[in-house]
Write a protein that binds this ligand. Sequence first.
Ligand SMILES: Cc1cc2nc3c(=O)[nH]c(=O)nc-3n(C[C@H](O)[C@H](O)[C@H](O)COP(=O)(O)O)c2cc1C
Length: 420
Amino acid sequence: MSRCLDDYRLRLGNTEYVPIVIGGMGVDISSAELAHEAARLGGIGHISDAMSPYVSDRYFSTKYTKAKSLKHRASRDTTDKTSVRFDNQHLYDAQRRYVETTMEAKRGPGAVHINVMEKLQMGAPSETLAARLHASLDGGIDGITLSAGLHNGTLKMIADNPRFRDAKIGIIVSSLRALKIFLRSGKRVDRLPDYVVVEGPLAGGHLGFGEDWREYRLADIVTEIVAFLKEEELDLPVIPAGGVFTGTDAVEMMEIGAAAVQVATRFTVTQECGMPDKVKQEYFAATEDMVDVSSVSATGYLIRLLNNSPALGSNIKPQCEPLGYTLDKTGNCPYIKAWEATPVDENGKKLPVNDKICICYHFGKYNVWTCGHYVYRLKDTTRQLPDGSYQLLTAEQVFNDYRYSTEHQIALPPALAASA
Ligand SMILES: Cc1cc2nc3c(=O)[nH]c(=O)nc-3n(C[C@H](O)[C@H](O)[C@H](O)COP(=O)(O)O)c2cc1C
């Protein structure tokens, strides 16, 4: 009989998990609710630390975004953002509260980790990253997944935290080379990561590849990394991500030495996912020709997104005073330059900015429809309703489909009862 993903277990330390990790999706797309479901079902879910003060304002009615905007209002009408800074205490407090609240509500045998986006420089990369990492550990997070843009000094930054050796720490890499560099930095603090997510070129979000991404295959990178770890006698679970769409895709990864899989796109159309329902319908409706890999992200990384994302061509003024998550340490962001270089029409109205998008503003508003390559197959995972829309799934349905399906089959959800 063919195997299913439930025939395997992921072991991290002394704990065994169903080998399904729901990847971090910022901003608040991988919501606490979604992560809780993964944990309840015995897997690992992620919340995301992208824009945590903004997310805190939404959930807890705090006023961090407004306070920051007011403090820096002097630069609102200029493109010089060198003085725009986060209040580190606010950042710490926002993130800690978000993590604590999430962890208090967690139930079940699984875990909730946080995806920490190192590429968010926030005007002061080291200080803000340290605040976010410490807040996550102090808030009781089960684990931290450091996402691409890894700093070599990251582990050192938290080596003095009492939970440094108790919380799980994972990294996301897209090549053996990146893994080797990070392992060297781990040696300095005598702390290896507890797992490594290997993200291939078909993933959603930002990619760790250049324009030649089509030349890489996830299975090849995984095979290379598994072989390297074996040679080095390093017992480090490898978790492939990107384009694992069916339970059988996952089993194929397990057969070449993976310890679990990280998946995301299939969960974007679940009730628990943080995106508005209207956007979930856009993901269902997407066709293959709408999926682009683009250089519009202000982070400088390529991003996969739907070509009808409302953020594209937006001319919004840079939102660095309230937001400013992609400012580098000199107060620059590629969107500011692109906005500045875009001319105005005869009425003085800014023309569409095509090179870059203000990702702080548009991610916060769910206007960047980032997705994995196979987003166009989501419609095959559910039922179409009489009005042409698609039936949302539950996280449990998708999780169990990955867990138990064989032969690349995808179980459709039970049909909704017709309303009277
Ligand atoms: C909507 C969306 C948002 C994402 N945001 C992030 C993110 O903020 N940080 C990150 O490290 N990865 C992000 N990812 C990547 C996922 O965590 C995951 O590794 C990858 O998408 C798995 O591939 P799949 O979507 O084909 O299953 C995102 C993916 C999606 C679909």
